[in-house]
Design a protein. Sequence first.
Length: 896
Amino acid sequence: MIKTQIKTTCPYCGVGCGIIATVDDPAGHQVSIQGDPEHPANFGKLCSKGAALSDTVSLENRLLYPEVSGKRCDWDTALDAVADGLTRIIRDYGPDAVAFYVSGQLLTEDYYVANKLMKGFIGSANIDTNSRLCMSSAVAGYKRAFGADAVPGNYEDLELADLIVLTGSNTAWCHPVIFQRIRKAREKNPSLKIVVIDPRRTATCDSADLHLAVKPGMDGLLFNGLLSFLAQTGALDKVYIDAHTEGFDSALVSAMASAGTIADVAEGCGLTAADVEQFFNWFAGTRNVVTVYSQGINQSGSGSDKCNAIINCHLATGKIGQPGMGPFSFTGQPNAMGGREVGGLANTLAAHMELDNPEQVDLVGRFWGSDRVAARPGLKAVELFDAIYDGSVKAVWIIATNPVVTLPNADKIKAALKQCELVIVSDCIEATDTMDLAHIKLPALGWSEKDGTVTNMERRISRQRPLFQASGMAKPDWWIICQVATRMGYREAFNYRTSADIFREHAALSGFENDDSGLVRDFNISSFAGIKQEQFDQLQPVQWPVTDNAPDGTARLFGDGQFYTVSKKAQFIAIQPRPPVNAPNRQYPFTLNTGRLRDQWHTMTRTGLSARLNAHKPEPFVEIHPADAAEYKLKTQDLAVLESRWGSMIARVVTTDSQQPGSVFVPMHWTAQLSSRGRIGALVNPVVDPCSGQPESKQTPVAIARYPAKWYGMILSRSPLMITGIEYVVKIKGNGFSRYELADSTQPHHWRQWLETIRSKPVENNDWLEYSDPELGAYRSALVIDNRLDCCLFVSSTPVLPEPAWLATLFSQETLSRAERLRLLSGLPPMGGEDCGRIVCSCFNVGEKSIAKAVKTFGLNNVEEIGQRLSAGTGCGSCIPELKKYLSQNAAADRA
Ligand SMILES: Nc1nc2c(c(=O)[nH]1)N[C@H]1C(S)=C(S)[C@@H](COP(=O)(O)OP(=O)(O)OC[C@H]3O[C@@H](n4cnc5c(=O)[nH]c(N)nc54)[C@H](O)[C@@H]3O)O[C@H]1N2
Ligand SMILES: Nc1nc2c(c(=O)[nH]1)N[C@H]1C(S)=C(S)[C@@H](COP(=O)(O)OP(=O)(O)OC[C@H]3O[C@@H](n4cnc5c(=O)[nH]c(N)nc54)[C@H](O)[C@@H]3O)O[C@H]1N2
Ligand code: SF4
Ligand SMILES: [Mo]
């Protein structure tokens, strides 16, 4: 059989890696995934998440049928219910009583029609997107500086740079393929320096020449300090400032007034003066500098100002617009950029136009043939959910995002949706925390079925192509939106047959009256205004603008020193640095920092389906400095309760000196589907940046205390279990089994009876193996059916339980040996049996114990030698920073 090979794009991060998918079995949803060697984002590389895509395209947990009020129905019924509901509320309360909350994980075509329906025809701008939580500060920063939301450079600039500053970005885990490109660039150019600015010592620091563990939230001061240093040391490019910029003097006055001396900056930022000076000298003395910034900068009550403080330094030295230099905001989602292009934010309009610009509102109205285009900005995400909570917004349609988990003050979001009159949710997944609150559930196509375009963080438009036919009754998001629009009376404006029809219109709008007669707009892909279906199907990755003057796309912007402002000059912004809005206090003494893990994507609706991705960091955890841990009587493996003014959660304690004292870190990923008390969003303060509306998700004052567990337990079971009434439960999908981590603060159960009830299925031919020591609070049991392990439970009064990695191997066996049956109850692997430890390399399933053992036994000295011995690190390469950690630990042990 000849297998079909399809070129498509990864659905996760903004790197936008090209993929070659080989469809092995179309009906069985079997596919093999490889990096596309020809795609200019990744040249064949993929990270662990991209490489594991084949694990996530099954029908497990897919939403396959529409539902209205809990009943499965056909599309007509569901679409009528949506259209009638929205129409009725608009009639009774006006257009601002309805809202859409959408996502950077939509295709450009989906996003375009959602925005067109709300802003162009319903006539309200109450459509906002999860990009508000992600890079709205970066958008505000670019617009203030350049007059347009335009990313100046590209990935190649990172390879051409001699200094890369990564601030508020854990590139190694969040944009791993770019991190690999940086690593390769350094091998070629040993003089390339890397500075990482992050309160934590992350995996990204592994390649850093200098790590500035900045005090949380103080980057504005640091970059103001840099601007003032550049001025004082004669490092300014005065010719560039005069010719191409405005506002320098007041920006410098502000910078100098707030920053003071290097020693002052260092003190304010919690750094040493020597380190600050080193960084400043490198920036001043290097022509090719790229400053990458991401959520550590954007997710802040003064995020937009921080972005401009960074851009100011590049403008002041003319380090912009040429190969190897520039400020570079890293975006998160696969189509964050496409969303910006179609105007998905509540304050923007399609094709990089603005809602507060009457001429542009008029232009878009004429293009769309509508006289109802919203005349003013709508509610931004946090305000929007406040309005749902207080009842002024009565209907919300949530598409491709999971706000009950990811918005700040998330328990309030849940309460808001609970009391909202009409909640419509479109998702490809059935069980999500947000979907659970939907009155109308709409099944969307998943990544492997979708057809359209996305734009990556270097302005490169690529195709996502379908690998499989639609599953169940799932439909493209654009189709669902257009059907609703049609039923609301807007048939003519939404009469598209394919996503190519929409792309063509989007391209035409970008070129519509976009010439010197008006103010030229940066976003222009007018070359595609007449694109035919076959050409759309064959579309090669290309960087916008794509116009008659630049038919092959545009690698860099601003090379001619011309910007998109009225004067065509870039603008300096005077910055007054501000600390986080809520400072730690006696009741909540720690700063909570939240962010991402290497192998999970956001709310885990897809990556959580992959056993190999779950193996890296299986449970919600809190990282805390050892000194703080000691003060609060916390040890690694304990459970801790974290609490803020807004909510609480329980997490496993990890003590580490990569964390700075006074600050704790918790990953953002866990949901109520997978954990009883793991939603960190419940604690995050809903403070936003007044300029961008982006929440301050990186700094919330919290308290921490040991969770008073009476017992800790772990279950591995072939069939999923319904576990209720236990305070701490985390569910982890393994290969052929589910694992549950448990704990509770009340007296232990009658274990055997309890296990039988939650297993519910009656069994024959079963053996219960049991061991109990009430004195020690220990209990272990295993249910063996036909000599095959079905389920096992381990309970202890301490958090030390058997290593799950070797237990997991027993579930792939059809029979248990005598030794294994015995060892099950001792909780130890059989003699000579493999206990590889927690998985570090998810491509080759190599655990930390195997690595540590091999490093020691064979005296391995570097990552390459580990790779030759164990294959670890030779796949996607995402684990290389961790492999280095084992090497350095071993070296330290040898020295000791
Ligand atoms: N594996 C994985 N990759 C992803 C995603 C995912 O879910 N999983 N999501 C994607 C998305 S949507 C996004 S937006 C990107 C985000 O990519 P990143 O922004 O790189 O990711 P985060 O982990 O949110 O935060 C980055 C770093 O900011 C640091 N930080 C916190 N406070 C401060 C501060 O005050 N100053 C500075 N300088 N740093 C600070 C944190 O310690 C953290 O290491 O990742 C994308 N890639
Ligand atoms: N505490 C804290 N909170 C944060 C952050 C943080 O760093 N800390 N980061 C913020 C950032 S940067 C971001 S981007 C957000 C992300 O937050 P969310 O967008 O809420 O998280 P996801 O899990 O990506 O949600 C996407 C949803 O869309 C579904 N989906 C996937 N593909 C499709 C599709 O094609 N169509 C439809 N209809 N549905 C689809 C998925 O199943 C999933 O339910 O979280 C934000 N929240
Ligand atoms: S770096 Fe990883 S997650 Fe991001 S696009 Fe590439 S393969 Fe996908
Ligand atoms: Mo994001």
